[in-house]
Structure formats: structure tokens, C-alpha cells
Design a protein around this ligand. Structure first.
Ligand SMILES: Cc1cc2nc3c(=O)[nH]c(=O)nc-3n(C[C@H](O)[C@H](O)[C@H](O)COP(=O)(O)OP(=O)(O)OC[C@H]3O[C@@H](n4cnc5c(N)ncnc54)[C@H](O)[C@@H]3O)c2cc1C
Ligand code: SF4
Ligand code: SF4
Ligand code: SF4
Length: 428
């Protein structure tokens, strides 16, 4: 890296193709030298660095989650323990007592309800959420919600890149107490930034983490719309998963068309890696391990007939526990204990990381530094790694003549694996 003009900057991350597009570098740069932009070829956010303004201070790189993180060291220092022991008695299934919110949210509406409760009780003045503005319905952005109505508008999973830069800048600029809701890479970025910025550390009092196996590039959404004969420029609103569980994609166009697409009709483009950003393929944090409270779908056998939605919840540390138990007591959410073992069954991204470490460097991929140990991977994880790399390259052709047959092939192979080895074929 010696030949880089700003060797302490995020040029290091970009050179190694490790950027996840979180946006924290723009928020922490004191010189205004970084601007997040959508790369139209890749369909992801990437930072653009103005070398003339950069002072090579290193703040952006220190906060950058792209190059890696020692999750165990952070969980020890934040919560006093390491996963999985940390979460032994602190997993739950839960849903919002507000039945409309539960129906409109992605899982149990827990993220939105907990944030609304934090606002209502005065714990926070605002919450970082992601919202798709009416003028730009396909490119949601980080936003500080300050009312219950704004929180409702931000509900629902966005299976596309979301950069949190301007919202984090707002937290740094405007005094108050804040919650943040974000994917594991967002929460890692915020935790790293808090270590070097006491103002952020003091103002951010609650970290809600969304569980994440991967996201989809903007190209993925565009491909799905094109397959449905929808011109992306005509879309006026888009929810990826709403109206019950597991929910439908729902979109409206300016021509008056309303499209509802079941999750299973579009999930293969996402799940098999056709439009997965490269950095997601080498990410090892599925459960959002640095969040006070993590929220995912409760993919449990006993809940498969629950069509309204239930969230799986992991609570860490005294801040998370104190807040969560007070919300349960208040009655705004309904919660049941869940054995941690059941949650760990989905934790395959970190458990299977050894397969990525073995395969991807052989293909010339640089991996992030994750010093925490990775156990031996399942054999099927090697197949999934190869599948994802192949599909990553096929997806970049954007051609349905290539993607459709490959999608059918991998869907068939996954179905066969599930029939032969059952739950052990799970992707997490
Ligand atoms: C890209 C992605 C991948 C996911 N992968 C998995 C998975 O593999 N397994 C699993 O169990 N669950 C996964 N989830 C989580 C799941 O879809 C729900 O978001 C979660 O269960 C919370 O549901 P809820 O009803 O409690 O939240 P809601 O009440 O619907 O609120 C969701 C909150 O998350 C915020 N948010 C939504 N999308 C994003 C985003 N892209 N970036 C930052 N913030 C966002 C919203 O602003 C809102 O505040 C994923 C979510 C996303 C966005
Ligand atoms: S001035 Fe500092 S924070 Fe900004 S880009 Fe340069 S090294 Fe990064
Ligand atoms: S991962 Fe985040 S902080 Fe690092 S370069 Fe990319 S956008 Fe910036
Ligand atoms: S897999 Fe999820 S948490 Fe990891 S880099 Fe991708 S979007 Fe971020």
C-alpha cells in the first residue's frame, strides 16, 4: 500500500475490494474529502475520495468495517463476554402488540415498536432508520426519525444497499440521545466510530441490529422489476416484504399498477448470490453481534403457520436487557423465551467462514481481517461458497438467458440437498 497517495485512508479498503458501502467514512472525515456515490455498473454505494482535500489523518480507515473487525474483542468490551455464551439466557421470540404494525413490518414489527417505545418514554430523541423517500423509492437512505409516524414509514426490510453517512453526520451535529437500527456492517461501523468519537458514543444510547445473511445490489431489484415488465422509473413506492409473513414485495407505479410478488418468487435471485454485493460474500457477522438487541425472522418449525410474523430476538448486555424487559413490562411487545441453541442453528455465516477462508484466496480474493477463531465448516459450505462465486459472476452479466437456467439449476440442487441431508443443508 506504500504507493497510495493517502495510505491511512479508505483507499486501502477500496484497493482491496473490501468496501461494504456503509457510509461511515464520509460521516467521520473532518476534511469533507469523502462522498458516497452509487456505482452504476455494480449497483452498490462506494465512497469517492478527493485526494486534494484528504489530510491522511486515518479517521475514516479506523472506523471502516470493510477491512475487518475482532468481534470477540468488541463483545468482551461491550457486553463482558463472547458469543455464543453471551446469549445463553437472552433469546426470545416476540411480536408487536400493535397488530397493524406487525402485519406491515417484515417479521414481528419489533424493531419499529421498540424504537417507538424508546421515543415515547424519552429514552431517545431520534432513531437512525432507513427510509425510501417518495422522490427516490428504489434507493432508501439512512434517516433520523423523530416521530412515531416517521418510524412507521421506515418499517420493513430493504434488500438493497443503504448508506448511513448523512444520518450519522446528523447525530454528530445535533445534540440529543439516539438509537440506531442497522445491518451488522452498519453497527460495526458505528461501534468503531464511537471508539474514536466520544460525542457519538455519548449520544448513541441504543443499538438495534438487523440480522443479515446478505443484501442485494440495486441491479437485483432492477432485474426483478424487468422480469415483471415494470419500468423502474415508473415505480412510486416499493416494500420488499410487507402484508403478513413471510410477506410480499409490493410496489406501485405512476401508471396505477400495483404488483404483489411473494418472497419465494424473488428470493432465489438474492439467496443464490446472483446480485449479492461482493463484500457480502466475505462477511462473517450474521447475527449482528455488536448490537444491544438483534432482530431476525423466527424461522422455526412451530411458527411456520404464523402468517402475521414473529421476530427472533437476541439481547446482549445490561443496556439491552434493561430496555427490552421494560418494553415487555409495558406491554407494547409480546415476548417468549427461546433456547439460544435454536438461534445458533441459523448462525452459519460465522460457523462456515472457514470454507470461505479456504476457497476464496485461491481465486485471488482478499478477505477482511477477522481474528476471532472460526470452527471447521460443514462440507456443504464449500459447495455454497463455490456456488456463490459462480453466481456472483453470472449475475454481473445481467442476462436472463444466463441467470434463469442457473437459478433453476441451483434451486433444484438445493432442494435435493435438503431432501438428502435435511436441516444440515441450511444456508442460515
Ligand atoms: C438485507 C437484509 C438481510 C436480512 N437477512 C436476514 C436473514 O438472513 N435471516 C433473518 O432471520 N433475518 C434477516 N433479515 C432481517 C429481517 O428481514 C427483519 O428485518 C427483522 O426480522 C426485523 O423485523 P421487524 O419486523 O422486527 O422490523 P421492522 O419493524 O420491519 O423494522 C425494520 C427496521 O430495520 C431497518 N432496516 C430495514 N432494512 C434495512 C437496511 N437494508 N439497512 C439498514 N436498516 C434497515 C428499518 O429502517 C426499520 O427500522 C434481513 C434484513 C435485511 C434488511
Ligand atoms: S482526511 Fe482523514 S478521514 Fe478524511 S479521507 Fe483523508 S484520511 Fe480519511
Ligand atoms: S466499508 Fe464503509 S467506511 Fe469502509 S470504505 Fe466502505 S463505505 Fe467507507
Ligand atoms: S452481509 Fe449484510 S452485514 Fe455483511 S456486508 Fe453484506 S449487507 Fe453488510
Amino acid at each position: 500500500m506504500a504507493n497510495l497517495k493517502a495510505p491511512k485512508s479508505i483507499l486501502v479498503t477500496l484497493r482491496q475490494k473490501l468496501c461494504c458501502g456503509c457510509g461511515i467514512c464520509q460521516a467521520v472525515c473532518p476534511a469533507g474529502a469523502i462522498k458516497m456515490q452509487i456505482d452504476p455498473q455494480k449497483g452498490i454505494y462506494l465512497p469517492k475520495l478527493n485526494e486534494a482535500l484528504c489530510q491522511n489523518c486515518g479517521k475514516c480507515l479506523k472506523a471502516c468495517p470493510g477491512t475487518g473487525i475482532n468481534l470477540d474483542e468488541y463483545t468482551e468490551s461491550l457486553f463482558g463476554g463472547k458469543s455464543p455464551f453471551l446469549i445463553k439466557n437472552s433469546c426470545y421470540t416476540a411480536f408487536s402488540s400493535d397488530s397493524l404494525q406487525r402485519h406491515l413490518s417484515t417479521s414481528g414489527g419489533i424493531a419499529t415498536t421498540l424504537l417507538a417505545y424508546a421515543l415515547e418514554t424519552g429514552l431517545i430523541d431520534g432513531a437512525l432508520v432507513s427510509i425510501a423517500p417518495p422522490f427516490s423509492p428504489l434507493t432508501p437512505t439512512g434517516f433520523i426519525a423523530r416521530t412515531a409516524e416517521e418510524l412507521k414509514q421506515a418499517a420493513g426490510s430493504k434488500y438493497c444497499p443503504v448508506a448511513a453517512n448523512t444520518a450519522i453526520s446528523e447525530i454528530a451535529a445535533r445534540p440529543g440521545r439516539y438509537a440506531v437500527a442497522g445491518l451488522p456492517c452498519h453497527i460495526q461501523a458505528i461501534r468503531k466510530a464511537e471508539r474514536q468519537n466520544p460525542v457519538l458514543q455519548e449520544r448513541i444510547v441504543l443499538h438495534l441490529g438487523i440480522v443479515c445473511s446478505s443484501t442485494m445490489s440495486f441491479k437485483g431489484t432492477e432485474y426483478i422489476l424487468k422480469k415483471q415488465g415494470i419500468n423502474k422509473d415508473s415505480v412510486t413506492s416499493l416494500s420488499y416484504r410487507t402484508n403478513g409473513w413471510p410477506g410480499n414485495m409490493r410496489l406501485e407505479t405512476c401508471g396505477g399498477t400495483t404488483l404483489r410478488l411473494p418472497l419465494k418468487a424473488y428470493h432465489p435471485y438474492h439467496g443464490h448470490g446472483f446480485f449479492t454485493p461482493r463484500r457480502c460474500l466475505i462477511c462473517n457477522d450474521q447475527l449482528n453481534e455488536l448490537a444491544d438487541i438483534s432482530l431476525g425472522d423466527a424461522w422455526l418449525k412451530e411458527l411456520e403457520n404464523d402468517h402475521e410474523g414473529t421476530s427472533a430476538v437476541i439481547v446482549r448486555g445490561s443496556t439491552g436487557q434493561g430496555f427490552y424487559q421494560s418494553a415487555v413490562k409495558n406491554g407494547c411487545i409480546k415476548s417468549q423465551p427461546l433456547a439460544a441453541k435454536r438461534v445458533m442453528e441459523w448462525r452459519n455465516k460465522r460457523q462456515d467462514y472457514a470454507a470461505k477462508k479456504a476457497v476464496l484466496p485461491l481465486l485471488g480474493w482478499k478477505l477482511p481481517e477477522y481474528p476471532a477463531p472460526h470452527p471447521p465448516a460443514r462440507r456443504i459450505a464449500y459447495l455454497y461458497t463455490i456456488e456463490q462465486v459462480i453466481n456472483y459472476h453470472l449475475g454481473r452479466t445481467n442476462s436472463s438467458l444466463i441467470i434463469e437456467p442457473a437459478k433453476h439449476f441451483w434451486t433444484g440442487l438445493s432442494g435435493l440437498a435438503e431432501r438428502l441431508i435435511g436441516k444440515r443443508a441450511s444456508r442460515g
